[in-house]
Ligand binder design. Structure first.
Ligand code: FE2
Length: 403
């Protein structure tokens, strides 16, 4: 297959790309079609690697019709609704909702997802998604995080479930230190999760400091653990919204250990702008970590949708450009250069967080032909008004994207 007239990763020159056996085998200007070769006109559109959602909860997505609505819109009502609903989960119901969510993502050019799965109550959802992950592997690469939503030290059963999920095939060990009963338990939970990850050779991704309390400082504990244990960039911290409220002197100190550790940060702008600031009168905080400053300091930041139409967030349809757009607004990253380069947060930065280098993520000769071609000619245009994907391609095959 030959794709003509594309702008690869924002390069101004129009180029052509040849794909054979699912692999990118040529990128040049004016490539002539071979006899019988199928030719697609890219119409001068922008070609980017597939989107990566670094943080979502596939077990809760699209559940709002069955859980009932969250009237206050707060995290606390969301947790209460979900804790009730999760007691009655079935494998089939979880898989059906997750499959619909995966289709939404596919239509929006996402090919890689990291999903947290709550294992606090039992392993029904985890087992369901482990099975589904294998079934959809040809079209969507899914990483599963064994996530103790109630806290590692909520009970002996949670720790048992966590280790069982990890031994069954979770890719990542999760945690939630700021939600543990005490600061001491939070710190212990970071060590517990890191030890489990080392024991089973897994990645780490903890919900970390997802609270407006400027005293919530588990990120430094997690980063120090990543540094001292040698886990390094295998560790990610999700949310870290408390950083929004830290003072400048503390942040300066914090950034030192973040850089030393190689830790990845994942921000979830849509959900956190909704859930944070709920205890503020006015002014109300924006509920997002310091994305701009983290990036300026060379710390890897990627973005996640977090929730889609569930008790925690009633909106969303798997559109990572919408996630990014909200993040850019909230973080004052609306300079022209920032807008044009921002696609990296939902592509390469996410790939780095998920350690996708091992799966040959990216656009280059010799790599698998996985990418999206947009109707727009620049990413600025994609963000501003033109989000339509002309062609999605996975392993050299065209994916039908909804127009
Ligand atoms: Fe989350």
């Amino acid at each position: 297959m030959l794709i003509k007239n594309i702008r690869i990763e924002h390069v101004d020159n129009l180029q052509d790309m040849r794909i054979e056996n699912g692999i990118i085998c040529e990128i040049m200007q004016d490539v002539k079609a071979k006899e019988g070769e199928s030719v697609i006109d890219g119409q001068g559109g922008l070609l980017l690697p597939p989107f990566v959602d670094s943080h979502v909860h596939l077990d809760t997505c699209l559940s709002l019709d069955v859980t009932g609505p969250n009237q206050s819109g707060t995290l606390f009502e969301g947790i209460r609704i979900w804790s009730q609903y999760r007691k009655n989960l079935s494998k089939e119901e979880v898989q059906e909702r997750a499959m619909r969510t995966i289709r939404l993502y596919q239509n929006r050019g996402v090919q890689y997802i990291r999903s947290h799965v709550d294992i606090s109550n039992d392993l029904t959802a985890f087992k369901a998604l482990l099975e589904l992950k294998k079934q959809v592997a040809d079209r969507m690469e899914i990483q599963l995080v064994a996530f103790p939503q109630d806290g590692v030290f909520a009970s002996e059963q949670v720790r048992k479930n966590l280790e069982e999920a990890v031994s069954m095939g979770a890719d990542v060990v999760g945690g939630i230190p700021h939600f543990e009963l005490t600061r001491e338990h939070g710190e212990q939970s970071v060590r517990f999760v890191a030890e489990l990850a080392r024991k089973y050779d897994k990645l780490v991704d903890m919900h970390c400091d997802e609270i407006d309390d400027e005293q919530s400082r588990f990120l430094e504990v997690l980063a120090a653990q990543a540094y001292e244990s040698g886990l390094g960039n295998k560790v990610s911290a999700s949310h870290t919204t408390a950083m929004h409220s830290y003072n400048g002197a503390y942040c300066d100190k914090l950034f030192r250990v973040l850089k030393m550790s190689g830790i990845n940060i994942i921000a979830n702008p849509l959900v956190n702008v909704n859930l944070q600031g709920r205890f503020d009168t006015y002014p109300k905080r924006r509920g997002i970590t310091r994305v701009k400053e983290l990036l300026e300091n060379g710390i890897n930041v990627s973005l996640g949708h977090d929730d889609i139409y569930d008790p925690f967030y009633p909106m969303g349809d798997g559109n990572m450009v919408e996630v990014l757009s909200m993040g850019l607004h909230l973080c004052h990253m609306m300079g022209y250069g920032e807008l044009n380069d921002s696609w990296r947060m939902i592509t390469y930065n996410g790939a780095k967080t998920l350690h996708l280098e091992e799966t040959d993520y990216g656009i280059a000769v010799g790599k698998p032909a996985n990418f999206n071609i947009f109707k727009a000619q620049s990413f600025f245009e994609v963000l501003r008004s033109e989000r339509e994907i002309l062609w999605g391609v996975r392993k050299g095959k065209l994916i039908k994207c909804e127009k």
